[in-house]
Design a protein around this ligand. Structure first.
Ligand code: IMP
Length: 198
């Protein structure tokens, strides 16, 4: 089964290839010489993921999926959420994003937060949505050097280290993205098996 991941981020493509395994031929936008960034202007993660998947599906008429992720902080009514990448400005500066979040939270007792990944899949012209969530809390000072984005201030439930203090393997066992992509994989494998049976 050939499927396109609507991203230009080669790191992400490699990571997802690893999760999906050999049962699928995973292509990225680079394989179609599409280099433009698809705008993410919708008000929800679902809206952005669907918009990206539909845009690429209209361009190349193949099965395609797209993802969008956000950090949702309870006491900030779900912010930065869909604005996570550009929370402190257009240049997607992770340190500035973290500073802004920590300033807004101040000494708040309620530090509950979650990462949420949404995948929108268009398969044989039908649309499907998959979700992966990692619940946790925001600490007051950054810890750890690995990972990216908000990893240095996020401790997932059941752990006492931040995502930035974990190895990539450790993070990938419990992360929002890994959970969402495992769901996509299970669905695609079942879909493929059912087709082979008919
Ligand atoms: P994207 O939809 O995967 O591009 O993620 C949007 C933004 O959410 C990123 O630019 C990061 O700021 C943040 N983000 C997404 N995934 C993670 C993660 O695993 N750790 C920390 N921050 C993340």
């Amino acid at each position: 089964m050939k499927i396109v991941f609507a991203t230009n981020n080669e790191n992400k493509t490699r990571e997802i290839k690893n999760i999906l395994g050999d049962s699928f031929t995973l292509l990225s936008l680079q394989d179609y010489n599409i280099t433009e960034d698809i705008p993410e202007n919708e008000e929800t993660l679902e809206g952005n993921a669907l918009h990206k998947a539909r845009t690429v599906n209209n361009m190349i008429h193949t099965d395609v999926f797209a993802d969008d992720t956000g950090l949702e902080i309870e006491i900030l009514d779900g912010l930065p959420g869909v604005h996570s990448a550009r929370f402190a400005g257009e240049n997607k500066d992770s340190s500035a994003n973290i500073r802004k979040v920590l300033t807004m939270m101040g000494d708040a007792k309620n530090r509950k937060a979650r990462f949420r990944t949404i995948i929108a899949l268009i398969l044989e012209d039908k649309e499907y949505i998959f979700e992966g969530v990692a619940e946790g809390k925001i600490i007051k000072k950054e810890r750890g050097n690995d990972g990216f984005g908000y990893d240095p201030v996020f401790i997932p439930d059941g752990q006492n280290i931040t995502f930035a203090e974990m190895s990539l393997d450790e993070k990938n066992r419990i992360s929002h993205r890994a959970i969402a992509f495992e769901k996509l994989k299970t669905f695609l494998l079942r879909y493929q098996n059912n087709k082979n049976r008919v």
